[in-house]
Design a protein around this ligand. Structure first.
Ligand code: PFF
Length: 453
């Protein structure tokens, strides 16, 4: 058996984890829900959620992964042999594959729209037709399937190259590039005439909008954004060296994810308001509203707006790729380590599985739109199943596992590198309390509120 790979340094751990975290969630959901639920007031709640609820989960996954240096299934079997916890290991192989399937559909759209931007299709004379472009494209059959296949091939290729030559190398380049791109787009967006209203939408605190649903939204968004509860962070942590400070890597990851989300807010919303359009979220925002804006702005400086639209879809594509590789890696680690498959075979197999499920998700915008699962199209069903249910349940179980099943001394040993990290040792009582009591109770309460209300 080949030697297990490790990430090279703290910076690469943070880049890889931030790569998983920074994705579509930051670009198309965060800006919208910030405005929807009270601007700066919501950002405050979001930050509290990130550091007091999501960080304990991220640390729980990091502790399990680094302790065992195994993927989700192997880790559970090692730490709780012969127990029902193996089901958590299995669940967290299954959920990232479902996410990867529908995420790839959107990854494919991003690729298609990057091509459209490069072909200068978003021009002023097309403005009227631009919003229809997305509906026409996504409901067709072969175009979206082909683009999804390209996106999945790119994902599989990076994963096939391995932890160092694939994931680490890609993240080390893509994360700095993503930050540069989003800052450029944000500057362009903020300097558009009439953008002030969009800035106010993001920063004006409105505490009256902080309803129970806002808290549920903040928690759900921070789990999705930090890729929690589905074993990706656990798997990445299993490639972290024993002398690495996992508290510092987790904090770095959460910081960059938050920073990117806020920058994405300033890249998107000021432009939306400058164009006098009502803000929305999801595919409508990214693939209808923004191309429309890019095409309208064209009259002012066509070269600039064409370049911004290219940079924007490139940003989405790269951000989606750096997330999708983390989803595929979970299953690949399982197949290689538990089933003895070669990496090449494992990636090829997962490519096929996700392509089939992804194709069903893609077709649910067109020929399969009539097929409903619990009243939802296949795409929406997979999205809701994962982001509203599987991620929360997984996150809850990871915190229960570390707080109640693992030996406290082992948890402390892992977090403090055998007591050598003095800062982590000082914070340990607080972190342990958050993992053992605060995170599970709050997640359970918010989860129930989310279901009832
Ligand atoms: N964090 C990613 C985003 O914000 O788009 C989504 C994601 C990645 C979810 C990896 C789950 C996962 F395992």
């Amino acid at each position: 058996m080949t030697k297990r790979e490790n990430f090279g340094s703290r910076a690469t751990v943070i880049m890889a984890m931030a790569g998983s975290a920074i994705g579509l969630g930051n670009i198309w959901r965060f800006p919208f829900i910030v405005g929807e639920y009270g601007g700066a007031a919501f950002i405050l709640v979001y930050i509290v959620c990130c550091f007091f609820l999501s960080m304990p989960i991220l640390l729980s996954e990091s502790i399990i992964g680094r302790r065992t240096h195994q993927g989700t299934f192997g880790a559970m079997n090692t730490l709780a042999p012969g127990s029902a916890w193996k089901w958590l290991g299995l669940l967290t192989i299954f959920s990232p594959l479902i996410i990867l399937s529908y995420y790839s559909v959107v990854g494919g759209w991003s690729f298609a729209f990057l091509c459209k931007a490069l072909a200068l299709e978003f021009k002023p004379e097309n403005a009227g037709a631009v919003t229809a472009m997305f509906g026409d494209f996504s409901s067709s059959t072969w175009g979206p399937l082909g683009c999804m296949a390209i996106f999945l091939v790119l994902t599989a290729l990076i994963v096939y190259l391995g932890v160092n030559k694939g994931i680490e190398k890609f993240s080390k380049i893509s994360i700095p590039v993503l930050f540069v791109l989003i800052v450029i787009i944000a500057i362009y967006s903020i300097t558009l005439p009439g953008s002030g209203e969009g800035v106010r939408y993001l920063v004006k605190p409105d505490f009256s909008k902080l309803t129970p649903r806002a808290y549920a939204a903040a928690l759900g968004q921070s789990f999705f954004s930090l890729s929690l509860g589905v074993g990706t962070m656990l798997t990445y942590s299993s490639y972290v060296r024993k002398d690495e400070n996992i508290l510092a890597s987790a904090a770095g990851t959460a910081f960059f994810d938050l920073l990117f989300a806020i920058l994405a807010g300033f890249a998107v919303m000021p432009a939306v308001f400058a164009a006098g359009i009502a803000p929305s979220s999801g595919p409508g925002l990214v693939f209808e509203t923004l191309p429309f804006i890019f095409s309208k702005m064209g009259s002012g400086g066509q070269i600039i707006s064409a370049s911004v639209s290219i940079l924007f879809f490139l940003t989405i594509l790269v951000a989606a790729l750096s997330s999708s590789i983390s989803m595929m890696e979970v299953g690949v680690a399982y197949l290689v380590e538990e089933k003895g498959l070669y990496r090449r075979k494992a990636t090829a197999l997962l490519f096929c599985v996700t392509f089939v499920i992804g194709a069903l998700c893609s077709l649910s915008f067109g020929s399969l739109s009539g097929v409903k699962l619990l009243g939802q199209t296949i795409f929406n069903f997979c999205d809701r199943l994962c982001s509203n249910f599987l991620m929360t349940v997984g996150a809850l179980l990871f915190s229960l596992f570390v707080g109640w099943r693992m030996d406290k001394a082992a948890v402390k040993d892992e977090l403090t590198n055998g007591g050598t990290l003095k800062g982590s040792a000082r914070l340990f009582p607080v972190i342990y309390f958050l993992v053992k009591y605060v995170a599970p109770v709050t997640i359970a309460v918010i989860f129930i509120i989310g279901i009832i209300g």
